[in-house]
Design a protein around this ligand. Structure first.
Ligand code: ZN
Length: 341
């Protein structure tokens, strides 16, 4: 089968013919229809420091996908060939304290598809049945291929109650933009989104931001003033991984404000006294809840959540270089690869 492989320890990806993956008795073989490119995949493409220390070559990469069941292992009874499925990319141990307590998103030893084991940028993917998510066929295929990052957005936006609250989102990448639409749908009052990329701020506007702020020229304080806010934001979602963005957020929170961190931050100096004196709550968010988040993602789409403005590019898998180029340009939202042509 065709697959996008991290074959060599240098920048790039290679479209290769590789063996179809084997399935065990508890696994499902998925025929991939669409995949979406994640920032993680771009790190692997570029072979940055994180990728070099994390990825063992050769590896089929990719973890955002939708497809149909091709074949199932003999223990699998709840899926049949042809079923439309996506899946959770973290394969958990099932035995640690958190897994046993039903908090699988907090597993001590998760293995990521497309990171620690072969991934979804291929014609076929083998996945444990416990990781497979049955898809509603009424939802567009391209949208289904984005359930993984949309799950990040829903997990983050659902961490704190945003009903009637003022929300600050730093980072207007695809997940920040999807979180904007989610916060809008679940009842936030003002949603201010910051970035340094006008293309992405425009996308955030389409997704329901009350106001967008290009922090190169405007300030979050100015946005508060414009909106007639007096005491700061109730809920913050840090999606950029930028230390400056986090510091800007901290300085604009209401007393007792709550912050969810999704962006991967480098070592960052924080004025901790300020956090203490203002009674701020900060929570790290990783992945999606299994499978509460997947359930909510499906229900939110069924109740009108529209993420299609974030899907900006579509390519056949053979044109993956153009897809990664679009991702790296910053002039893009989600980039979809089609594996059926
Ligand atoms: Zn575990």
């Amino acid at each position: 089968m065709k697959a996008l492989v991290k074959k060599e320890s240098r920048e790039g990806l290679w479209l290769e013919d590789v063996a179809e993956p084997e399935i065990g008795i508890n696994d499902v073989l998925v025929k991939i229809a669409r995949t979406a490119i994640c920032g993680t995949d771009v790190h692997i493409y570029e072979w940055d420091q994180w990728a070099r220390k994390t990825i063992k070559t050769p590896l089929v990469i990719g973890h955002e996908f939708v497809g149909t069941v091709a074949r199932t292992g003999e223990n699998v009874s709840d899926y049949k060939p042809g079923d439309l499925v996506s899946g959770e990319g973290h394969v958990v141990c099932g035995r640690c304290r958190n897994c046993l307590a039903g908090r699988r998103h907090l597993c001590k030893d998760p293995r990521g598809i497309g990171i620690d084991r072969d991934g979804a940028f291929a014609e076929y993917l083998s996945l444990p049945v416990t990781n497979v998510w049955y898809c509603d066929k009424a939802i567009p295929t391209d949208v289904l291929s984005c359930f993984d990052p949309l799950g990040n957005a829903v997990h983050t936006a659902g961490t704190y109650n945003v009903v009637g609250e003022d929300v600050l989102i730093t980072g207007a990448g695809p997940i920040g933009c999807m979180a904007t639409a989610v916060a809008r749908q679940i009842g936030a009052r003002y949603i201010v989104v910051t970035d340094v990329n006008p293309y992405r701020l425009e996308m955030a506007k389409k997704m329901g931001a009350s106001l967008t702020v290009d922090v190169r020229t405007d300030s979050i304080e100015g946005a508060q003033k414009k909106l007639g806010m007096k005491e700061g934001f109730d809920v913050g979602m840090e999606m950029s991984g930028s230390p400056d963005a986090l510091r800007g957020m901290l300085g604009n929170m209401a007393h007792g404000g709550k912050i969810a961190l999704l962006g991967l931050l480098p070592s960052t100096e924080i004025d901790w006294d300020f956090v203490v004196f203002n009674g701020l709550t900060i929570t790290g968010i990783y992945g999606r809840k299994m499978y509460e988040t997947w359930y909510k993602v499906t229900m939110l789409i069924q109740s009108g959540l529209d993420i299609e403005p974030v899907i900006t590019h579509r390519f056949g898998y053979a044109d993956f270089e153009a897809g990664f180029e679009a991702m790296r340009s910053g002039q893009s939202g989600k980039v979809i690869l089609n594996w059926t042509n």
